[in-house]
Design a protein around this ligand. Structure first.
Ligand code: GLV
Ligand code: MG
Length: 351
């Protein structure tokens, strides 16, 4: 028996009157998903400024918001969504998780009040496709009831062992899927990892160089990326289904260099952005998730040398063929997206 909807039904609205699901994701620059606590009046007063500096503003309702502030955060998010024009900046919210006492009201109240302004709902602690199916149906019902004109997308946080096990089925669950973020803090807890951090590496996770003939000589220790396996798994699941993968949070605000290194590993592995939890992380994400100027220049040379994308040429002693042409196109397409938003980058890229 088939365990998923037929191809034709997959793209039909799940409620009469709900908007047609997207067949391809809207093209948007999302280098950083900037988290704000919407119950904080001072932050809410600065949203217009913040929105001008970032690619996505996310009103956080879940972890880090105290239980007695959950309703204030929800009301604050609705107010900030109503009171501001976000232009090309994305507006997202992270709702509370499915088994919490707040999730249902988060979704129903927010879609009723500002459903047309909301681009993406980030759903935490997703365990399997059933979680996506539930929110998918609920959103369709609410979109229909409130006359929402475009589908509200779902972004899953990959932060439980069960979720990682089911990552491919989660990616395949709905045309409403936007992408996924790695949630290293909850995932570490769920897996029983022996760490106390929000993302990043650990000094004890690494490999020791072989002992040489001199038994007394110091042996080099190379720290490794704790998140390499999960990011790789998430990137494959996302790209196989045309979704966007993201690195999540980096909790040590005092160590910008380590944050940058972690973000860069994720970028090189295929991620398109990361969360910024502190203003200093906005520039780090901008730097990391905008392609490097030298890489863009080289990628442009590859595209120019192979106008139809076939054959083989040598550039600076390096072999280029259809596969490097496709890599070059990924970089130049991203550079164009960045250039459209950022005149300085446009000049630097020569685009
Ligand atoms: C994010 O939500 C995390 O748990 O890392
Ligand atoms: Mg979490």
């Amino acid at each position: 028996m088939a365990s998923s909807r037929t191809p034709a039904k997959f793209y039909s609205p799940l409620a009469i009157g709900a908007p047609e699901p997207y067949r391809a994701l809207p093209v948007r620059l999302e280098r950083m998903i900037h988290f704000v606590p919407p119950h904080n009046d001072k932050i809410r007063a600065k949203i217009k400024d913040i929105a001008g500096q970032v690619d996505v503003v996310l009103g956080n309702l879940e972890d880090a918001i105290p239980a007695d502030q959950k309703q204030a955060a929800r009301a604050g998010f609705i107010a900030m969504a109503r009171d501001n024009d976000f232009g090309s900046t994305g507006l997202w919210t992270r709702i509370n998780c499915l088994n919490s006492p707040w999730m249902l009201d988060d979704v129903t109240e927010i879609v009723a009040a500002v459903g047309d302004k909301l681009d993406v709902i980030m759903l935490p602690k997703v365990e399997g496709p059933w979680d996506i199916h539930y929110l998918d149906q609920l959103l369709a019902q609410l979109e229909a009831r409130h006359g929402v004109k475009k589908p509200i997308l779902i972004h899953a946080i990959l932060e439980t062992a069960e979720g990682v096990n089911n990552v491919e089925a989660i990616a395949a669950a709905s045309p409403r899927m936007h992408g996924m973020s790695l949630g290293p803090a909850d995932l570490a807890a769920s897996r029983g990892m022996k760490t106390t951090r929000v993302g990043g590496g650990h000094p004890d996770y690494g490999v020791l160089a072989d002992a040489g003939s001199d038994a007394g000589a110091a042996r080099a220790f190379y720290q490794q990326d704790l998140w390499h396996y999960t990011v790789g798994k998430m990137v494959d699941a996302c790209l196989a289904y045309g979704l966007k993968p993201f690195y999540g949070p980096f909790g040590d605000f005092s160590d910008g260099a380590a944050c940058e290194a972690q973000f860069r590993n994720a970028f090189l592995q295929g991620c398109l952005g990361a969360w910024s939890l502190h203003p200093t992380q906005i520039d780090i994400a901008k730097r990391v998730f905008s392609p490097d100027e030298k890489e863009v220049a080289f990628a442009k040379r590859i595209l120019e040398a192979m106008p139809d994308g076939t054959g083989a040429v040598m550039i600076d002693g390096k072999m280029q063929d259809d596969a490097t042409w496709k890599q070059a196109k990924v970089i130049v397409d991203l550079a164009r997206l960045v250039a459209a938003k950022d005149p300085e980058k446009a000049a630097a890229y020569g685009l």
